[in-house]
Design a protein around this ligand. Sequence first.
Ligand SMILES: Cc1cc2nc3c(=O)[nH]c(=O)nc-3n(C[C@H](O)[C@H](O)[C@H](O)COP(=O)(O)O)c2cc1C
Length: 181
Amino acid sequence: MDIITAVLTRRSASALGAPAPGDEEFRYLLKGAATAPDHGRLRPWRWILVRGDGLTAVADCLADEDPAADREQLVSSVVRAPLKAMLVFTPHVGHRIPEWEQLAAASTMTYSLMLLLHGRGYSSKWRTGRLCTSEALRVRLGLAEQERLLGALDIGTPDPSAVPSARRAPMDVSDRVAVFG
Ligand SMILES: Cc1cc2nc3c(=O)[nH]c(=O)nc-3n(C[C@H](O)[C@H](O)[C@H](O)COP(=O)(O)O)c2cc1C
């Protein structure tokens, strides 16, 4: 698949089944994704891979924190893909490269990873919400004080019957470009 085809055909998918990349394949793809622009080459991020019982543990963690929430719904919202790759932002605090640039590097790497996953027939969806705000989850995953959860990539193989409905035409963004001078 050439690059423009990969960019134009990648879509976030909610219905994700097995297989998902194994740990070694994830590391292989990440090596590629980590070539994304990164001012200062700080690699201000890390991933925590969660599967199987780990997914249930994440869901339990969120549910325990919010007893008013519908536990069943919460569990199914977490355990809906075979792999949840939790994205941890690990900023170099006080560094000459400002934090917003480090955040941009983490985001750029993540999109590269999504494209590489797509190129190998997988799909992914970036999920945020409670995953980013739960203190219980931070503790359970062992985050350091300066680290921050940027959510997770749900990763798996897209349900072929669900792909057409998720496909959208690229937006017209010609008005987002100005020519100066
Ligand atoms: C930083 C970020 C956070 C996101 N969080 C969520 C989320 O919590 N739930 C969700 O359904 N989609 C989430 N998305 C996915 C977007 O909704 C999705 O990318 C968008 O609808 C465009 O769809 P596409 O990726 O198929 O082009 C997030 C995307 C980004 C970049």
